[in-house]
Design a protein around this ligand. Sequence first.
Ligand SMILES: *[C@@H]1O[C@H](CO)[C@@H](O)[C@H](O)[C@H]1NC(C)=O
Ligand SMILES: *[C@@H]1O[C@H](CO)[C@@H](O)[C@H](O)[C@H]1NC(C)=O
Ligand SMILES: *[C@@H]1O[C@H](CO)[C@@H](O)[C@H](O)[C@H]1NC(C)=O
Ligand SMILES: [Ca+2]
Length: 533
Amino acid sequence: MLRTTYLWMSLAALNIFPPLTASATCVDDPRRRCLSFESEKFITNATRTRLEYVPRGTTLQLSDNDASCNRPSQLVEANLCRIALQIDTSHRSGITFELWLPDDWPAGRLVSTGNGGVDGCVKYEDLAYTTGLGFAAMGTNNGHNGTTGVSFYHNPDVLEDFAHRALHTGTVTAKTLTEAFYQKPPARSYYIGCSLGGRMGIKGAELYPNDYDGIVAGCPAVDFNHLQGQRAMFYPITGPVGSPNYISHQLWTGLIHDEVLKQCDGLDGVVDGIIEVPDRCHFQPEALLCASDQHDGQCLNEQQVEQVRKIYAPYTYPDGSLIFPRMNPGNEIQAVQKLLAGAPFGYSQDWFRYVVLNDPTWDAIHYDSSLARRADDLNPFNIRTYPQTLPAFKTRGGKIVSYHGGQDNQITSFNTARFWDHMASADQQLHDYFRFFRVSGMFHCNSGPGAWAFGQGGGAPAKGIAFEPQTNVLAAIVAWVERGEAPETLTGTKFVNDTAALGIDFQRRHCLYPKAQTYVGGDHKEPSSWKCL
Ligand SMILES: *[C@@H]1O[C@H](CO)[C@@H](O)[C@H](O)[C@H]1NC(C)=O
Ligand SMILES: *[C@@H]1O[C@H](CO)[C@@H](O)[C@H](O)[C@H]1NC(C)=O
Ligand SMILES: *[C@@H]1O[C@H](CO)[C@@H](O)[C@H](O)[C@H]1NC(C)=O
Ligand SMILES: [Ca+2]
């Protein structure tokens, strides 16, 4: 600050700029500080691609962003300095790096944001969300542009960026530049991400324990190689659209989903479209088997029942050992869009084509479990991300909060429970630094019939709820790191019609795993009608 003021005074003394009124000077200072910041000088092998001062309320046009990222513009929620660099990570790879530095930075918090799928897309919505809360915020393209994995093909350096290096490079760079810009280092460093981004957070704790004080790792894609195998499994089971015994979208959404709810919704004592405790739901598809004289199309034949049974079963190798836990029942309406669409699942197909098999023509219909083993044996750059202990992260006082929706349609929540159990089996005190909340009635990372909005980012509504540890997961990790207040529950909010402006429909206090949400009577929309037992 002193340096900028001095610079400004000396430039003014040289009469380079026209005279300004006192108030104009105030408004102008942050802009000037921003536009004179030569970020690239602090970083090896970096090229500046953007430096702009962005006032709150600006809609940034992201016209050079890869179209497949589907982020053409972003509303900015704070006055900030936007810095973009291109940073080499090797002679044939690099990251697109964005750092947004708000004018007001009272708490000195830095947050790094994650990516999704197999993508290379900066989550601009998370940069906007967190800078709106006063964080300095960083995001990268994870080493490549766009939503496919084609860039991995014959370029292990791009793959290494994706596995761990892009985020770490971005985080270290962000720390350096944040300190240079504000003339003081970040007081705390956080991470927020979901799905692949959840895996990135856990990988950070595993490989770079000093990067973050607090990590929000939503619906994490941990045990990544097996996850890609499991998600490739569905297409050979369903076959392409129109295959013999193909189960149509209509049957999934109209018949099977309704039957899942019929069997499982009420198990928690309240028929509300939400399966509170998915562990208790063991869907029996034979209930839908056609009677011998039934010809109305609202039933399944034996082969279809067998398909559904396979789809909901734990995924195992031929010897019976587990590859990946079973899917979440109740996700059908969303799952038919991708995993059960009678088409290859893009992320898995890309992973096998461009990483595991090096064969861009490989047809995902030929997937079988031997390829899950092959992927996990290959395990490039240890992307697996399935640690049993995180000793260095724990020792330095790092904290992790994870959450996972109980009706997830892309990564089963049973895997996050398995992961937490896996770590708990090596550390009786795991809750001291790693807490997992099961969010009932949430699909993948957001949306669903449950109380699913809790400040997780990714465009989820957060304005209608307080930035408090009870109701906002980012506030929860901050409170845990900065004040030692460990979260006991995570209150989710269901907005009317999922629209914050329409007000709150209901809230629910999601339980700290392994506690289970339990109805104790009264209006089911009241949080007090439920207890974590
Ligand atoms: C990715 O896109 C950015 C623009 O958003 C561009 O500057 C960069 O060169 C691209 N990177 C690659 C590897 O194509
Ligand atoms: C940075 O650039 C120098 C000089 O071109 C090169 O020797 C070095 O390998 C580069 N480092 C990285 C990480 O790309
Ligand atoms: C709820 O949202 C749907 C879909 O966005 C919309 O068609 C409908 O009008 C909304 N209803 C209300 C009450 O706002
Ligand atoms: Ca229910």
